[in-house]
Design a binder for this molecule. Structure first.
Ligand code: PMP
Length: 390
């Protein structure tokens, strides 16, 4: 038989989703599992979002909507971007998509193709390089170190730009790093972006999980030249505990949004009408109290983790992950790699964490503190015992 598409064959499966499925299977088989791999918060969706969804069903909202989402949803997103991010977009520049994931895919598809390069800072969220490959372009991995808290720096970006570079990905706050770019850092990166005429795909999905000073800044808000080359990605999945509803969105220059909408019109069309109403409710009823509790969670998880001798981790300033360097415990008869470290930890203690190899950073592991606080505390205690036993 003829070979399948090289673009499709180049895509690797999501290691985090595979690991979660494995942990679920173990739990279902009766094993005690402490799942610290989770990529979603544990609080319930906002009550208003649920009520609005029920109302939408009762109102008979079962038809196609505009491909980019109802005007009501796009008006609400527009207001959010203006009030929280100092970003002024028209509603025709905003597209609701099936999760931030589809918004990202639309963005990469429209920006680049065969022969183009996209700079993806590592440690990266697993999906970026795969989506770049899926559209036929090449991800160029720029590995950031501990001294920049695993964040892209202007010098690092500069070193990875070639005449073929089309765009750079910025994830703020970062998954898996748990760290956040300051305005000053964004300004310095922006200078390189402008000089090399790059686009920016800016993923702000963890924006509301922020433990630093002030708010999370968007590079698009640094001025018109930046806004004209940035695709802002966000959604209600993480901040409103609504990962299953699949509502994300993009805001971009009109020319780019028009093409993203055209692509979506030929792939999935609109986000489920009922989910769109739920998203409006969610944005009117953001669970600020539950979100604020994550600051305290991040602090106690960080204290407990860094009390383990030999573990080095940047202080968490965003998202809900800790990304410690565990390379000290590798080799010398112990686990040889972070994959082995995580497999052995799971076998011996039932604690599930993600090896850094999944994120292009083999000396680290990712620990999520979005699980119930008791589970996180016990998981970290077992991690400590495991490390001492090595
Ligand atoms: N961006 C990042 C950095 C993420 O971690 C995730 C979810 N793991 C997404 C986007 C996807 O969000 P959604 O569920 O809205 O597609």
């Amino acid at each position: 038989m003829k070979d399948l598409s090289p673009h499709a064959l180049a895509i690797r499966p999501s290691p985090t989703l595979a690991l979660n499925a494995q942990l679920k299977a173990r739990a279902e088989a009766g094993e005690r599992v402490l799942n610290l791999c989770v990529g979603e918060p544990d609080f319930p969706m906002p009550a208003l979002a649920a009520r609005m969804a029920i109302q939408a069903i009762e109102d008979g909202e079962s038809r196609y909507t505009d491909v980019a989402g109802t005007l009501a949803l796009r008006e609400r997103i527009r207001r959010k971007l203006r009030e929280e991010n100092d970003l002024d977009y028209r509603t025709d520049q905003i597209i609701a998509s099936t999760g931030a994931k589809q918004a990202l895919y639309n963005a990469f598809f429209v920006l680049c193709g065969e022969g183009d390069e996209v700079v993806v800072p590592a440690p990266y969220w697993v999906t970026y390089p795969e989506q770049v490959r899926a559209v036929g372009a090449t991800p160029v991995i720029a590995t950031a170190g501990r001294d920049s808290e695993y964040k892209l720096t202007p010098a690092l970006l500069e070193r990875h730009v070639t005449p073929r570079t089309k765009a750079v990905v910025l994830n703020n706050p970062g998954n898996p790093t748990g760290t956040t770019y300051t305005r000053g850092e964004l300004e310095a990166i922006a200078e390189v972006v402008l000089r090399h005429d790059l686009y920016v795909v800016e993923d702000l999905i963890y924006e509301h999980f922020h433990y630093g000073e002030g708010k999370v800044e968007s590079i698009a808000a640094l001025g018109t030249p930046l806004r004209d080359r940035t695709i802002v990605i966000n959604g209600v999945s993480k901040s409103c505990g609504m990962t299953g509803w699949r509502v994300g969105y993009s805001a971009a220059p009109a020319r780019i949004s028009a093409l993203m909408k055209r692509l979506q019109s030929q792939s999935t069309s609109n986000v489920t009408a009922v989910a769109q109403r739920a998203a409006i409710g969610a944005m009117d009823d953001v669970p600020w109290t539950a979100l604020a509790a994550y600051r305290e969670r991040s602090e106690s998880a960080y204290q407990q983790l860094t009390a383990i001798e030999g573990v080095d981790c940047p202080p968490p300033t965003g998202a809900f992950y800790l990304f410690p360097d565990i390379s000290r415990f590798l080799g010398d008869g112990g686990p040889a790699t972070s994959d082995e470290f995580c497999t052995q930890l799971l076998e011996h203690t039932g604690v599930g964490i993600v090896p850094g190899t999944a994120f292009g950073s083999p000396g680290n592991v990712r620990i999520s503190y979005a699980a119930a606080p008791g589970v996180v505390a016990e998981g970290l205690e077992l991690l400590q015992k495991f490390v001492v036993s090595l």
